[in-house]
Ligand binder design. Structure first.
Ligand code: PNS
Length: 169
């Protein structure tokens, strides 16, 4: 049986930490569906279309791109997981501070759907301090995030957050 995981998140935007987790997840799963949550209440910086495009561009030259799908979902994650006939939810853990929120979500998802397991992978040390939120904060304040996000994402962040500087990249 094909092993398929859903890797859900806001991906606003995708970072190298996300990509590292995806790559490691693909050692366990045959296919991974990156599922971007449509949650306007979170006031994302990028539209769903922009986030899909950035993920696709980031995967364009990767050897595993044919084992990855990019999609969006609304409503309950477990319902989406069932809809795409996946076996598991993949999530990353950086620090202990992530744990409480992730633990709560995983237990709630299990309560909602007993047959879907959540699998956590520890983020690699080199990405441990990265989050989409902190990346946006650094770019907004004029800092450089080169090497922390895929190149198409870096360009898009500068374009969106520092329009006056985009020609200097
Ligand atoms: O990248 P994020 O913002 O930490 O991802 C959070 C996400 C999208 C995985 C989570 O908010 C989610 O699963 N939302 C869908 C709604 C849902 O199923 N809620 C019940 C489980 S807590």
């Amino acid at each position: 049986m094909e092993k398929v995981a859903v890797y859900p998140g806001s991906f606003d935007p995708i970072t190298n930490g996300h990509l590292d987790l995806l790559e490691r997840g693909l050692k366990i799963f045959d296919r991974i569906v990156i599922a971007i949550a449509a949650n306007p209440a979170k006031k994302p910086l990028f539209s769903l279309e922009e986030r899909i495009e950035m993920i696709q561009q980031s995967l364009a030259n990767s050897p595993f791109q044919d084992r990855v799908q990019v999609d969006t979902f609304q409503g309950l994650l477990v319902e989406y997981v069932r809809k795409v006939r996946a076996n598991a939810i993949l999530r990353g853990l950086r620090a202990i501070s992530d744990f409480e929120y992730e633990f709560q979500m995983a237990l709630m998802n299990r309560k909602l759907s007993n047959e879907i397991e959540t699998l956590f992978l520890m983020t690699a040390m080199r990405w441990i301090y990265i989050s989409s939120r902190i990346i946006k904060e650094v770019v907004t304040s004029g800092g450089c995030v080169n090497g922390l996000v895929p190149e198409p994402v870096e360009l898009k962040l500068v374009e969106k957050l520092r329009p006056a500087l985009q020609t200097s990249l």
